[in-house]
Structures are given as C-alpha cells and as structure tokens.
Design a binder for this molecule. Sequence first.
Ligand SMILES: Nc1nc2c(ncn2[C@@H]2O[C@H](COP(=O)(O)OP(=O)(O)O)[C@@H](O)[C@H]2O)c(=O)[nH]1
Ligand SMILES: [Mg+2]
Length: 343
Amino acid sequence: MLNFFKRPKANDGDGPAAPEPQAASTPAAPGAPGTESARRGIGARLKAGLARTRAQFGHRIAGLFRAHAKIDEDLYDELESLLLSADVGLPATNFLLESLRQQVARSALREPDRLESALRESLTGLLAPLERPVETGSAHPYVIMMVGVNGSGKTTTIGKLAKRFQTSHQSVLLAAGDTFRAAAREQLKVWGERNNVAVIAQEGGDSAAVIFDAINAAKARGTDVVLADTAGRLPTQLHLMEELKKVKRVIGKALPGAPHEVWLVLDAGTGQNGLAQVKAFDDALSLTGLVITKLDGTAKGGVIAGIARERPVPIAFIGVGEQIDDLRPFAAQDFVEALFADD
Ligand SMILES: Nc1nc2c(ncn2[C@@H]2O[C@H](COP(=O)(O)OP(=O)(O)O)[C@@H](O)[C@H]2O)c(=O)[nH]1
Ligand SMILES: [Mg+2]
C-alpha cells in the first residue's frame, strides 16, 4: 500500500527523477507536462503501460483478422467474443460491430486485414468524447474532490497530481479527508513534508470538517488548487454515498461553487464492475471526471469503451504505473495506437 509515498524523492534508479517543486520563475523541468521531451516519452510509456491489455486485445484482434480469409459472420462472431472477453461490455461491443459493418458496406471492404484500421477508427471515435483537458484557472482555490473505493489509487493519484500541478507552477494544498485510516493520513503528512506540499489533517475528526478547514486555509494562503482525499469503502454501502454527499455539500459551504471537480478514481482491473462503480458514484455525486488507474497491471483496459458507451464521464487522467510520470491526460488516439501497437 502507498508505495508511492514511501519512495524517497531522489531518483531511485528505476525511472526519471520526480520533479522538485518549482519556484514560479524556474523554467519547466525537462519532462514536465507539455514539454517536447515529455511528449516524446508519452508514446513509449503509454505503450509499456498498456502491454497487458494490448496482448489480450490489440494483438488478438490483429491475429483474428489475419486468420480469416474473408469478412463473414464467423469473423464478426469471433470479434464479438473477443471484445466481450476484454471487458468492453455488450452495448459498446454492439456499437463497434455495427460501426464496422457500416464501414465495410460503405467502402466495399473485402479484405479482413483492412478491418483493423476500420476498427481503430471506430474505437477512436467512441473514445474521443471522453477526452477532457483540465483547466484550474477559473477559481481560487480550485477544489478537486477525489472519491473511489479503497485501494483504487486515490491517495497515490493525489500525490502524482500535486507534483503535476506544482510543476506547472500552481500551488497545492492537500486535505487528508480519509479519516478512517490513520496510517493513510500519516503517510500523506510525511509525504507532504518531504515534498514541500501543505497537508491539512486532523487527529480523528470527520472528513467534511478536515476538508472545510483545508479550503479555508487555502483561501487564506492564496493556494491555487486543493486536492481533497476522501474515505472509500464500497459503493454499495449507502452510508458511504451519504457521507460523500455531505462532504460535497460542506465543501460548497466553505467556498460557493466548489467542489469544481469530483473525480472518481477507478482501478481499471475491476473490469465490468468498474462500470457499475462509475454509475453509482455518478448518480450520487454528479462526477465531472474519472481517473483510471493501474492500466499497467490489467488486461481489462477495454472497460474504457464500455464507459464511453454506457456512462460517458470524461477521463481526466489515466494511470499506467506507480511512477510520478505515469499519470497522463487521456488522449483517445494515443490510447488506441498504444492498444494496437506492434511490440
Ligand atoms: N501499478 C499501478 N499501481 C498503482 C497505480 N495507482 C495506484 N497504484 C497502487 O495501488 C495501491 C493502492 O493505492 P492507494 O493510493 O493507497 O489507494 P486508495 O485506497 O484509493 O487511496 C498502491 O499500492 C498504489 O501504489 C497505477 O496507476 N499503477
Ligand atoms: Mg487512500
């Protein structure tokens, strides 16, 4: 648990050094979001992160198209099973097959190997509406409430986001709103001290009160972004949703208009159950975005297509590893290219 927060801030040899917090006048660190070297690294790291999903999905689909001599019902049947087994879900699978059939009819495609690019195109079209640039400039502080079940990666993602915002010269304050687990709060505090990020925490106390204090502190200090951690038991536990709704209301009392974002952190490995989580949290809290974590550890990345079709909450970021740089904005075309890339 929380390996990210245990990692010393110096480069530990298995990846690029975590960027240090920058003073406002310092130029962006090499590899900082938006720089040329960061752009170049994105393709490779995303590809590496999606290796498992690619083996299960992209490579098997390419193999399927190669194995068939002509485009017929057998091929569509096999493709359907393959999409379903990659956690794409029935509605998105039907959508993709239908879109493929239309492309085949329209352009009179005959060769199965032409289907791969047609499928890529359909998938990119399906995922493109989930792209969402994050702009924090419209409010001060800009409050982002993070929700999600235990272990989904909330606290880790908050650490990655804090670094990311600091690298782009935005000051950050963390609210240790997961008051159910003392260990998580302590680790957040230690990590904050080491990395020069202010953390507001309380011994005991409830989540709403801690976050209320944090927003007031951010107002007093002129902080740009507040990242509010919350507790996460199971979404089926009504009590949790009621509590999170209360936290959201209290945030609005501390700062009218806040929270500006409510992001669900979702472990990609939960597959179709992940879609159920998106629906449950969205119904209760009106999500503004998703962070899909652990895409590197799963072959179930297809769930993103299901989300796009059934509950299209935009994806603010995807997590493809435990390193600081492994949190990336979601770009449909890069994602689909990484899914089908040759190794
Ligand atoms: N491989 C991988 N592990 C991750 C990622 N994001 C989070 N984790 C790990 O998931 C575990 C649970 O994360 P944590 O932030 O404590 O979850 P929380 O309970 O929602 O706060 C930790 O071991 C993290 O290192 C990711 O994108 N990739
Ligand atoms: Mg946590």
